[in-house]
Every structure is written in C-alpha cells, then in structure tokens.
Design a protein around this ligand. Structure first.
Ligand SMILES: *[C@@H]1O[C@H](CO)[C@@H](O)[C@H](O)[C@H]1NC(C)=O
Ligand SMILES: *[C@@H]1O[C@H](CO)[C@@H](O)[C@H](O)[C@H]1NC(C)=O
Length: 523
C-alpha cells in the first residue's frame, strides 16, 4: 500500500482513485463470490446450532433451535438423583456418557486451539454454551467422588419407539459406575472433558473453571484407583458404546488434559511413566474416536518436545511423536503400506457405519498438526517423504470441502448447509412435526407408522448435524432407515467447530490480502 504522504501529494485525482478502487473492489467481490465455493463462517455458525437441537432438559429463553422444547425433565428421578440436562447422543434419546464426554472434550480442544479464530468469527459465546451444556450435566452426574452416572435411558427400549423427545414414554432408568462397578474409561474421558473445559473457562469464569477442575481431579483418581472397563459394569452400553480399546487410553488422555489444565508434575509423570505399559507409545493406529484416544494423546505429547522443561523425557516424547506422525502420515497416504483408505473421490474411509466421525476427527488432528509444524518451522517425516505444513492443511481442506459439497453427489453432509443436503436424517425429533406446532401426544409406535416410514423430507431441519456420510464408493442414500449413513452424532460435529473456524480465518486473511493488492493495483 502507498503511504500517507504520497496519497496527499496527489490530492486532485483522489476522487477518481476511490472511484476506481470501488469498481475494482466490486468486480473482485463479484468474482470472489462465484469462485469461493464454501462459506466456512456459515458452516461454523450452523454447526453450533446442532448442539442446541440435541439438548435434553429445560431449554433456556435464548434457545435458537425453536422447533425443540423441554424434555427429559424427570431424568434420574427414579434413582433419586437430578440428571436433567446434557445431550441426546444422536437420533435417539439415550444420554450416553462416554460419547457425550468425548464430544465436550473435542469442543473444548477446538476452543483452546482455535480460540482466536472462533473469537474473530464472533462465535466464542455459542461455543462456550455448547461446552457448558455438557459440563453442567457432568457436574450433576458426578454425585460423589467415586460415583458417576454413566447413562440415562437404554438403547434397547429407546430404539423400540419413534417419538419426539418432548413425548418420551420410554424407560429413563439411570446407570452408574462406582467403586464396586468401575469404569476407568468413562471416568477418564469425563475427567478429560472437564479438565479441557476448565481451560476454556479459566479467564471468563474462573470460579466455574475451578469447579470443573475439582471434579476432573476426583474423576481421574476414581478411574485410576478402581480399574475396569465401564461396559463390564454398565451392561446396557454393550451393543452401543462398548469400550473396545479399553481404559488405558482414557487414563493417559485424562492425565494429559489435567496436566495441560494444572501444570502439575504428577500428571506429566503419569503420561511418561505409563507411556509404555498403557500403550501410549506402543499402538500405531489410524483411528481417533470416542473409543480410541491414542492419536490425540500422541499429537499433544509431541508438542511437549518443544519445551525445555520436558527435555529430560525427550526419549519417551520422541516415541509419542513418532506414533503421532504415523497417524498423520497414514491419513496423508504416505506410510509404507498401512494407510487410511480413501473413496474414489478422496474422502478418508475407515468403516461403513458413520464414517464421517473419523473424517471429522482426522481433519481436526491434521489441522492441529499443521499448525504445530508451522509454528516450529518443521516438516513431517513420512515413509514416502517430507511433508510441509501447507500440504497437510490443504489435505485437511479437501476433506472439509468434500463434507460441504465438493463431492460427486454435490451433497453437503453438514445438514442445512448449501443447496443440497440430506433431507431424511435418521433423527426422531427432526422427523416428526415440531412439538411447538402440534402438542398432540405421539405414541411409541405411532411415530414409526406416521413419520418414520414416509418418503417426505423431515419437517424440521437438523441444522449443523454431520451425518454418517457416503459409502466407500462415494454413494449416499438419503433414507431415514439408512442409519449407517443418515444418522448424525454429537461427536461428528464437535471437531469441525475448530476446523471451520481455522478455514474461515484463512479465507478472511486471503480476502484482506487480495483486496490490499487490488488497492495497490488501482492506484
Ligand atoms: C515397506 O513394506 C514392505 C512390505 O511390507 C517391506 O518389505 C519393506 O521393507 C518396507 N520398506 C521400508 C523402508 O520399511
Ligand atoms: C455436480 O455439479 C457438477 C458441476 O456443477 C455437475 O457437472 C454434476 O452433474 C453435478 N452432479 C450431480 C450428481 O448433481
């Protein structure tokens, strides 16, 4: 850009310059709006609405998803505990503790890593509300140091009915873990969620942040002292959210978030001393999910290598890092043999049931890792060669853009985004007339007869939900009974919150940069 003196010297033609500049700018924005396919800011705002649609409990006055109403107001009553609130997991009305906690951890990690980007997008308030809706519930569910309520409702009776949450007549029995019925994975993930959230609220709500940390400490201690898989104690989760990877990943993961939240040596020592026995540096995996946390843990541990105070454990941290690299390289298709599969159009493909959850978490870790390499001015060393941070970010972008519609079907898998998106999402509330429009009770099987089976699109749009997505050939069938593809889950969308914010910021910077260049060109 020209400096002040130069422009003042050329006083007379200034008007003309401005005029030219405006015309240029107009042409530029017109072109830009044609060439720029994706509005990450819009996607970000929409993704946050989804969490409001999934709310259980008494909805607040500022609830933006207005087709929903209060529900689950007696949750916990039978057991004499207040379990009102929290999130419905997916298209049903069970409140499953493990995936809910992972959702909150990923929302919090998004808010920690991409805070500035989220602030610039004007969405920090909504992100915090989404996190707090979960953590408020965890506080209620953690009724004493060694008791955590794990689940409300159960999959089998819930799935027998197709009802709006406002009409729910299914069992709302609650299930817990305690000293005699341990669940180190659930306690660990809930501790991780609360510790991560405590970082998010540290500045704006220090009292709440301390409270979360207090619960996180206790939950970690409980999970560590009374070891066991929660699906052994809470049998009803077995066919839905069985903990296949066990609890060691969650204990390391919890220690990691507690260390980040407190800086206490004890938690760092835990990550180091148990790195080997708990599989932190043993497992090479190509999945990061509500069940398997190792890749996330390894990415976070890699960053410690940069700090002087961690140098004495450099050998262990290097091993964590090499596993993190293995994960990232496998997503980039640059490992020797063991890579994540891709569809013909380039979407990461892990398995046919709700594949998008893995795309979403991979995109998140790729974006984080790219940031990390950029800040350290490093490259990633894969078997198939060195990779720069731009290449990693550009692959992450290809996944995000696929999600938003750059795919053979031109379909956005983020519901409510763009001109074409799934219209028959497998979701009880969205597929039945809004309670606000029709308060007449809709019974258990009535919902199946009158709403589930019809061809019409859902009456309510589940804005911001990321559905299970296409198969390994990029095909997608928009049918309500095709739940492998058309059901959304809270942990699908959560990692995207940070990723959308990051790509929005990149687009904004590019726009400012390009319009600056134009400004120069116009003089
Ligand atoms: C790559 O994998 C092949 C087949 O498993 C193996 O024979 C080869 O030694 C590997 N190359 C390297 C450099 O590890
Ligand atoms: C997707 O969009 C492209 C470009 O506009 C078009 O050529 C193609 O036919 C579309 N495909 C489908 C399945 O709508």
């Amino acid at each position: 850009m020209e400096n002040e003196t130069q422009t003042q010297q050329r006083r007379t033609p200034k008007f003309l310059h401005h005029c030219c500049y405006l015309i240029f700018l107009f042409i530029f924005f017109t072109l830009f709006s044609i060439t720029q396919a994706f509005h990450y800011g819009d996607a970000l705002s929409k993704s946050l609405l989804y969490f409001e649609a999934q709310r259980s409990g008494r909805l607040p006055y500022n609830q933006r998803v207005t087709w929903r109403h209060h529900s689950g107001l007696t949750d916990g009553l039978e057991q004499g505990v207040d379990l009102v609130g929290g999130y419905y997991d997916a298209g049903d009305h069970v409140k499953f503790g493990l995936p809910m906690a992972f959702t909150v951890t990923m929302l919090s990690w998004s808010a920690i890593e991409f805070r500035q980007e989220i602030v610039e997008a004007g969405e920090l308030g909504h992100v915090m509300e989404a996190i707090k809706w979960g953590t408020d519930y965890f506080i209620k569910a953690h009724t004493s140091p060694n008791v955590l309520w794990a689940e409300v409702g159960d999959g089998d009776t819930d799935h027998y009915c197709w009802q709006r949450p406002e009409d729910m007549t299914t069992s709302r029995q609650a299930f817990k873990i305690d000293e005699k019925n341990p669940g180190s994975d659930l306690a660990g993930e809930t501790a991780a969620a609360m510790a991560a959230a405590s970082i998010v609220f540290k500045k704006t709500n220090p009292h709440y942040s301390q409270l979360l940390l207090h619960h996180a400490h206790q939950l970690f201690e409980f999970g560590d002292k009374y070891r066991g898989k929660y699906d052994g104690s809470v049998g009803v989760v077995k066919s839905y959210y069985a903990s296949v990877s066990g609890y060691m990943d969650e204990l390391l993961w919890a220690a990691m978030w507690l260390y980040k939240a407190t800086d206490k040596e004890y938690y760092f020592d835990y990550i180091i001393s148990k790195a080997n026995t708990f599989g932190g540096i043993g497992w090479s995996i190509t999945e990061f999910s509500w069940d398997v946390k190792y890749a996330g843990l390894q990415v976070l541990a890699s960053k410690f290598l940069m700090d002087e105070k961690h140098k004495k454990h450099g050998d262990i941290l290097e091993k964590y890092k090499s596993k993190a690299e293995y994960y990232i390289c496998s997503c980039l298709n640059k490992n020797n043999g063991s890579n994540v599969e891709r569809t013909p159009a380039g979407l990461l493909y892990v398995r046919q049931w709700n594949n998008m959850q893995y795309v979403s978490t991979a995109t998140f870790l790729l974006t984080i890792y790219s940031n990390f390499l950029q800040s350290e001015n490093q490259k990633l060393n894969c078997h198939d060669g060195l990779v720069g941070h731009e290449e990693i970010l550009s692959f992450a972008k290809s996944q995000v853009d696929y999600i938003l519609g750059l795919n053979p079907l031109n379909m956005s898998y983020l519901v409510g985004y763009g001109p074409k998106y799934p219209k028959r999402v497998h979701h009880r509330g969205a597929s039945i007339v809004s309670y606000k429009e029709n308060k007449g009770f809709i019974g258990c099987t009535q919902g199946y007869d009158n709403w589930y089976g019809v061809q019409e699109p859902n009456p309510n749009i589940l804005v911001g939900a990321l559905v299970g997505g296409p198969d390994n050939e990029d095909n997608f069938e928009d049918q309500r009974n095709n739940y492998m593809q058309t059901e959304a889950c809270t942990y699908n969308t959560a990692p995207l919150v940070g990723v959308f914010a990051k790509f929005l910021q990149i687009e904004d910077r590019r726009l400012v940069h390009d319009s600056d260049s134009l400004l120069v060109a116009s003089f």
